[in-house]
Unconditional design. Sequence first.
Length: 306
Amino acid sequence: MDTYNIITVLGPTACGKTSFAINLAAMLDAEIISADSRQVYRRMDLGTGKDLEDYTFQGTVVPYHLIDIVEPGYKYNVYEYQHDFLQAYNDIRKRGKRVVVCGGTGLYLESILRSYRLSPVPQNPTLRKELGGKSLSELTTILKGYKTLHNTTDIDTTQRAIRAIEIEEYYKQCPLENRPFPKLNSLTLGLGVDREIRRKRITARLKSRLERGMLDEIRNLLSEGVTAEDLMYYGLEYKYLTQHIIGQLSYEEMFNKLEIAIHQFAKRQMTWFRGMERRGTPINWITPPTLPISKEDLEKILAPYM
């Protein structure tokens, strides 16, 4: 175990990675650093699937980091994530604890696993005006033409696609500043789930979150002054539920479109992870074990990599 700086648990939505990571962290006396681009936002709980009540395993509270750190409406980015990740990582290691990274945001994961050097990207009003009239499909096609790193997994609104192109254009024109990121040796475990099982879980989870008040969560954010446009920027649940609340979609249309979008999102996540492997990140794919994990089962999972 000591040969690894971190253990990374990744996989598509609804594969059970959070429960597995919590179980793993509790048994290893580790703390979790989230790699989820939406869970950074406060009061966006059901829509992002935080399930914070689950961060206790058999009486052990598992500390977590980079969840609930910024206000809704803010546009958090991978540059900030790298900075915040390092702060959390150094703090955990100074206290003699192990680190488990858990998440499904491919760009965030790859930025730390491959030590990317990033710099903050300012807005480009001229470019935004140029792209303003284009459809999401047209913007996605433009984005695919760039050869540098960018996350296409979460691009399901025109706002996010325009921002992605803005970042790519900036990196094309401006050389990255010399901002080294430490090389971290990670044991990376990917949780693979049968596609049909994943589809059933996605549908069941969506119904459960709606029953638990996900629409009220969106209404509360709107009543706080977060704009509909800003909420829709975050995509998936926040896009379709907001469209329903402001009268653009019926409940049935919202549910059906969102269900399809989440399935497509899971597929894009898997495409990203396969791309990570091709770009040089080893991912050890395992079948999610039955929880809780016994000491013997944990040793079996980790033994091939020790």
